[in-house]
Design a protein around this ligand. Structure first.
Ligand code: G6P
Length: 533
């Protein structure tokens, strides 16, 4: 099968009722188990033949060869000439991983050990601020240096027994002002998280935090730690090497929560829970490397994604965790998926013959149900939905609430599948309306149904499970990228805006003329300046 065949197949079966595909086996044979996760994709319009076609496409794209090259440290990030080895950060067995002939594992595990030492010192009060024990940690970072730890700290809040963690990312001074207000500088640790240590948002916020701390603390740099691959730059910042945790350039920003960028998470939940998170990721790596294609969860998740986006033409995908603590997961996945596969040029420099990765968005259920599910059920566009839900919560006393939550997740998927026909809608309204009015009213209450969704079920949101889920999505993105022939590991698309912002700042300050700007930008600059000055 090729892209054209895939799209033709999708068009041919678009109106086929998914419900008709269910035979005695489908619920089982269109699902995958990996460790204690279950991924059910039976409520999609995929049949065995098309699935086989997609598997053939994956094989033709040499997904296994590319996967092995990644794990083996080959420079698969070709546009930046780098290996892609975030998997080494969770390689707790220390299986040798060589880059340019050197095993990177001793250094990776050495840094993990140093992080653990520091995290414990903070948690146990052996490392203190000027005012004593650290009560608050402020992680300053953006993109991959923010979303991973921010998402995971919230996800694992039942395990949090360390200091409170706060996350500041936006260059908008409102965020750092709101965060620092109410914190005591004498008992606050600031972590500057930036792979490059040049990102303008992060360096600006770090300077603001340092000035804030300097108002009260004699040695402000003494209450700073740095997470970066640019050790020369952290030195210039005056942060003592004992609180600097480095990582190599083969860890991409959006894949970096497993290493030093996860320090705030480690301080929050402790080294042991952090290791459990790593082992979850590692377990998914082992599964991804060894499971047969049909039993391979990241592969099947990716193929369902390709089917919906490049096959059926559904441009967006909703991620809908029925787990309030995963509230930041959609944002995390937006970066992971859209920064990795939002590219129109393939590795060979040619334009893609099909669409790039989808727009990913979402909110936790049940909140989304009362907001945007209207469009998902009755809008004109089909939005494939990825539901996720835990079998168990962390609130045993509120088991009835959890049952309601799970019932809602299952009900939404069922409603999308079944819909409600005109006859059913009419029957509901008989006696209330009649004639033309009955017809008109009934039409508003029709659900077309036949809308695809998948369900990921996990036992409980533990550190291990979270690690599995994050690694599952990383590998899904990898496989989708492999099929599209993309480099999922660069992000040139973020550069132009950064350059222009740098040039516009002095224009806004009135130091440089706006004359070489387009008319719209010139007018906006004038408008803002007139209202500010
Ligand atoms: O960690 P840093 O070097 O500060 O980078 C932070 C983020 O900004 C960049 O512009 C990239 O788009 C992201 O992939 C990255 O995670």
């Amino acid at each position: 099968m090729n892209w054209t065949d895939l799209q033709k197949t999708a068009a041919a079966v678009a109106d086929r009722p998914i419900l008709d595909l269910f035979d005695a086996e489908r619920a089982e044979s269109f699902s995958v188990e990996a460790g204690d996760l279950l991924f059910d994709y039976s409520k999609t319009n995929l049949d065995a033949e098309t699935r086989q076609g997609l598997l053939d496409m994956a094989e033709a794209a040499d997904w296994t060869g590319r996967r092995d090259a990644m794990f083996d440290g080959a420079p698969i990030n070709e546009t930046e000439g780098r290996a892609v080895l975030h998997t080494a950060l969770r390689n707790l067995d220390a299986r040798p991983v060589t880059v340019d002939g050197t095993d990177v594992m001793p250094e990776v595990l050495g840094t993990l050990g140093r992080m653990e030492g520091f995290a414990q010192a903070v948690r146990e009060g052996d490392y203190t601020g000027q005012g004593g024990r650290i009560t608050d940690v402020v992680n300053i970072g953006i993109g991959g240096s923010d979303l991973g730890p921010a998402m995971a700290v919230q996800a694992l809040s039942p395990y949090q027994d360390g200091p409170r963690c706060h996350f500041v990312s936006n260059v908008d001074g409102a965020q750092i002002a709101d965060t620092l207000r109410g914190l005591d500088p004498e008992t606050t640790l600031v972590i500057v998280a930036s792979k490059t240590f040049t990102t303008i948002e992060t360096m600006t916020n770090a300077a603001t935090a340092k000035a804030w701390m300097g108002e009260q603390v004699r040695d402000p740099a003494g209450q700073f730690a740095a997470l970066s691959s640019a050790l020369d730059k952290t030195n210039q910042w005056g942060i003592d090497e004992s609180r600097v945790f480095g990582f190599a350039d083969w860890v991409g920003g959006r894949y970096s929560v497993w290493g030093p960028i996860g320090l705030s998470l480690m301080i929050a939940v402790g080294p042991e829970a952090f290791r459990a998170f790593l082992s979850g990721g590692q377990a998914m790596d082992t599964h991804f490397r060894s499971a047969e294609p049909l039993d391979n969860m990241p592969l099947m998740l990716a193929l369902v994604g390709i089917w919906h986006n490049q096959g059926c033409g559904h441009a967006t995908r909703a991620v809908l965790p029925y787990e309030q603590r995963l509230a930041r997961l959609p944002a995390y996945l937006q970066q992971l998926e859209m920064e990795s596969n939002g590219k129109r040029v393939a590795m060979d420099g040619q334009e893609l013959p099909v669409d790039s990765g989808p727009v990913v968005w979402g909110e936790p259920g049940t909140n989304g149900q009362h907001a945007f599910y209207q469009l998902i059920h009755q809008g004109t566009r089909v939005v494939p939905c990825e539901f996720m839900v835990g079998a168990e919560s962390h609130e045993p006393d509120l088991a009835h609430q959890h049952r309601l939550l799970v019932a809602n997740a299952l009900a939404q998927a069922e409603a999308l599948l079944r819909g409600r026909s005109l006859d059913e809608a009419r029957a509901l309204l008989e006696g209330k309306f009649e004639g033309e009015e009955l017809e008109r009213q009934a039409r508003h209450r029709v659900f077309p149904g036949n809308r695809p969704s998948t369900m990921l079920v996990y036992p409980q949101l533990t550190p291990f499970v979270l690690g599995q889920i994050v690694a599952l999505y990383e590998h899904r993105v990898f496989v989708e990228g492999a099929l599209l022939g993309l480099n999922s590991f660069d992000q040139w698309g973020v550069e132009l805006g950064k350059e222009l912002a740098k040039a516009l700042e002095p224009v806004l300050a009135g130091e440089v003329s706006a004359e070489d700007k387009d008319a719209s930008t010139r007018r906006l600059v004038d408008h803002v300046r007139a209202r500010r000055d």
